[in-house]
Design a protein around this ligand. Structure first.
Ligand code: TRP
Length: 334
């Protein structure tokens, strides 16, 4: 709570292409929050540098991620859309919260374990303290709810622990946030290995559908999706993971229930079904892609939004940070 406003906060990294898993599990749901909450959506470029980035690409993707936020229906008049590195309070609070986070807690984070295995030549301290920066993002705005994909739930739980610990020493400092994981789209699996989650960094391009893939590519990828040797379109995660994943995706994009889908394709073959899923996905993404391209072409507009968003966010961030500094005993001279 910030004053009498309930707050929702989320962030997306400007690294790599986002997938339909990111879209269905997170981005698509973001705009619904602006009715009941004061909403902040941040492009987290400081998180991105925990792995090596090519500067020109990081810069380009920062613009793209902001354009994508808007293309996913986030109206900049109703939501604060901004870039993390433009609000210096994030990094400052992060240092403070480092001193309230335990080595053991960070060692247990699954994402750290995965990423340090993957980037064994660059296990830097930033990769390790990544969740502390994320906690700072969230706590600076006195956030009540954090809409995230399921892979980030553990980080939000750690954020709660950090905030609770801080509040025990310095009462009434932070709101304790709640993670919200969308039920739909929670589990979008790889099209090539449907036992594995769809991941933006998968090396097999046919395994992943990106939000910005063109229509033909989307349809082709779904045509190649791995299924099974039966012919029945039936939801059964254990026996038929490929078909079940396609049913989930079709359901997410069309709003139809599993039963409706099973009935719709009763007696039809996998070929027809895959084509229908591809069409539904391409149809749903077309307006998002058109709006993305329109926004991205207006660089000055995006920069104006970055400036406005950072000013709005700073106002809130400054208040929380100075409250924290005062509680800690840092001298404040006005
Ligand atoms: N770590 C998140 C991810 O990779 C991104 C993120 C950074 C975030 N800060 C956040 C998400 C704060 C929610 C709230 O997806």
């Amino acid at each position: 709570m910030f004053g009498d406003q309930k707050v929702s906060f989320s962030g997306v990294q400007p690294s790599g292409n986002l997938t339909i898993g990111n879209y269905l599990g997170a981005l698509r749901n973001f705009s619904a929050y602006s009715e009941a909450y004061k909403t902040f959506y941040c492009v987290v470029d400081e998180h991105a540098i925990t792995v090596r980035q090519v500067p020109a690409e990081l810069r380009r993707r920062t613009y793209e991620t902001l354009a994508l936020y808007m293309a996913c229906g986030l109206d900049p008049e109703k939501n604060t859309l901004y870039v993390q590195s433009m609000v210096h309070e994030h990094a400052e609070l992060s240092w403070i919260l480092n001193c309230f986070t335990m080595f053991g807690e960070l060692s247990r984070m699954t994402q750290f374990k995965d990423k340090s295995a993957k980037h064994a030549d660059n296990i830097n301290a930033g990769l390790f303290t990544y969740p502390v920066l994320m906690a700072s993002d969230i706590l600076l705005y006195q956030t009540d709810v954090v809409p995230v994909g399921v892979d980030q739930k553990q980080h939000v739980e750690l954020c709660r622990d950090i905030a609770t610990r801080f509040n025990q020493v310095y009462p009434d400092t932070f709101t304790i946030p709640e993670p919200i994981v969308a039920k739909q789209g929670r589990k979008i699996m790889s099209l090539a290995e449907p036992e594995k989650k769809m991941s933006k960094s998968d090396e097999n391009p046919n395994a992943v559908v990106y939000i910005l893939d063109d229509r033909d590519t989307i349809i082709r990828k779904f045509k190649r999706a791995v299924t099974d040797s039966e012919s029945e379109i039936r939801y059964d995660e254990a026996a038929k993971p490929g078909v079940s994943n396609l049913i989930t995706i079709y359901s997410c994009f069309t709003g139809k229930t599993v039963e409706e889908i099973e009935r719709e394709f009763d007696g039809k073959g996998y070929g027809d079904f895959k084509a229908a899923v591809g069409e539904a996905c391409a149809d749903a993404l077309a307006p998002v892609q058109a709006e993305f391209n329109r926004r991205l072409a207006d660089k000055a507009g995006l920069e104006a939004q970055m400036k406005k968003g950072a000013e709005e966010a700073s106002w809130y961030a400054r208040r929380t940070l100075s409250k924290v500094q005062k509680k800690l005993g840092f001298v404040q001279i006005r």
